[in-house]
Design a protein around this ligand. Structure first.
Ligand code: SF4
Length: 471
């Protein structure tokens, strides 16, 4: 279908002439992800021969026994895996934990539906506007599903409560509404000395396309978002994706052709690809004994398709690639694995951005690593890395903003009341409403069992950042 410029279409989003010309030049491709969706396929043996033992009969029975109960694992999060991920996961226990449904997921359903209070920051359906960065949900699925996903309410299409009390599934962002919101917001900011008169927020200059995984969309759909966001005045667009792990062949010639054409038309807009590797098993080859393979010139041998995609991304100086991942029980709570991952990513022009602590979210207890343990694991993993390989920080997302776990002391802090067992230092990286709060700190007495801020509410020593105002 040929896309018409603005003058032709009325009462809907109208692309500019250059936008229409760009979109009409984009080619879609067909992909063969060979997805297995639904545990039923495994239960009924309707999977390829070599996948039949991915779940044992006992595992399938245990999941079957929970069907229709309040502990139904698949009602929480649908099962989905690609052939590519299966091929790697069959020789990797951490990858199996990541992608295989388990009754452990629903043993403990304690937790909050929305600990980051995201719905308080959603002025338009499908948009979370918390910082100078906005996040948009452009699709509600991924090529495969991580069992620990924080977006399970979106992927499983659950109903969520909004601040006005209404309850409905989260909707997807739509180009006309998002573009109108960005323009209105930025106009008001421009007229008010750089701050929104009501929220105090700065200009929206960066948008993260998220979901689900934007790379399950066709090239033309991705292109439509890129162009519309650029036309709305966005400087940098992030695409959050785990497709390099689930289906690296998605980074094919038509995708790069689309990106190159986008760059030719909108050279002022930068792209930031936010990738998501949890474990080096997701991208490294292994020998017959299960060891990673040394390359003659240094480094380790990658899967061919993943390496090709990363190299292609690295050729484009207007694209940056950053990895971010949560630290999760039985998946990557392993300093050696994280050390290898950080080293290999940096060698291949992928920045190590954030590692995250898990959230106190419903259905997440099976994966939570206590905050202080996550800090120990990351810190341990960075021993033996060079300075440029250790850029990643450990973060917890407080509803007030992104917070770094900056330090955990191993010894008592002398003279500090409450610090007899050591202290934890948190630093506010970005405030949701007020950027000048950046850099403020909070000092807490240690609690090795804490998985969330609430685990410290009786041990706050100093709270310059105000993280415990509401706990
Ligand atoms: S890739 Fe991200 S959004 Fe998709 S299932 Fe995994 S954690 Fe969730």
């Amino acid at each position: 279908m040929n896309i018409q410029p603005k003058s032709v279409k009325k009462n809907s989003y109208g692309p500019t002439d250059r936008e229409a010309e760009f979109l009409n030049s984009i080619e879609n491709a067909k992909y063969d992800r060979q997805i297995i969706a639904g545990i039923k396929k495994f239960t009924q043996g309707k999977v390829p021969e070599d996948m039949k033992n991915f779940y044992s009969q006992a595992e399938l029975q245990a999941l079957e026994d929970l069907k229709g109960t309040g502990l139904d694992v698949e009602a929480r999060m649908p099962v989905k895996i690609t052939r590519h991920y299966f091929n790697q996961a069959k020789n990797s226990l951490p990858m199996q934990v990541l992608v295989k449904a388990s009754p452990k997921e629903t043993y403990d359903l304690d937790g909050s539906a929305d600990p980051g209070k995201q719905m308080d920051y959603s002025p338009v359906e499908g948009l979370i506007h918390k910082y100078e960065l906005g996040l948009i949900y452009v699709v509600g699925t991924c090529s495969a599903h991580c069992r620990f996903c924080y977006r399970e309410e979106l992927i499983a299409k659950k109903e969520v409560e909004r601040p006005d009390g209404t309850i409905a599934p989260k909707g997807m962002a739509q180009i006309p509404e998002i573009v109108a919101y960005i323009k209105d917001h930025n106009n008001l900011v421009a007229q008010n000395d750089g701050r929104h008169p009501v929220t105090g927020r700065e200009r929206l200059r960066e948008i993260l396309m998220s979901g689900g995984d934007p790379l399950v969309l066709a090239n033309k759909n991705i292109a439509a978002w890129l162009a519309a966001l650029s036309e709305a005045g966005i400087d940098s667009i992030r695409i959050g994706t785990k497709e390099l792990a689930f289906y690296p062949d998605r980074f094919d010639a038509t995708f790069f052709d689309m990106l190159d054409k986008f760059h030719a038309v909108y050279p002022e807009t930068k792209l930031r690809i936010m990738i998501h590797f949890n474990h080096p098993d997701e991208f490294l080859k292994k020998d017959k004994d299960g060891h990673y393979i040394d390359m003659p010139g240094g480094g380790l041998e990658w899967l061919d398709s993943t390496k090709k995609a990363v190299l292609e991304l690295g050729k484009r100086d207007w694209i940056t690639v950053d990895n971010q991942a949560p630290i999760l029980k039985d998946i990557n709570d392993d300093p050696d694995a994280l050390r290898i991952m950080q080293r290999e990513l940096k060698r291949n022009k992928v920045e190590n951005h954030y590692f995250f602590c898990g959230r106190d979210i419903i259905g997440h207890k099976a994966f939570n690593v206590p905050i202080e343990e996550a800090w120990r694991i990351l810190n341990e993993s960075q021993k033996g890395l060079s300075g440029v390989e250790t850029h990643a920080r450990l973060s917890i997302t407080h509803y007030k903003g992104k917070t770094e776990v900056a330090a955990v002391s191993n010894k008592p802090a002398p003279g500090i009341k409450g610090g007899e067992n050591g202290v934890v230092v948190l630093k506010l990286l970005r405030g949701a409403a007020d950027a000048p709060d950046r850099g403020k700190i909070t000092i807490l007495g240690r609690n090795p069992d804490a998985i969330w801020f609430s685990g410290y509410n009786d041990r706050v020593i100093y709270d310059e950042a105000g993280l415990f105002d509401d706990f």
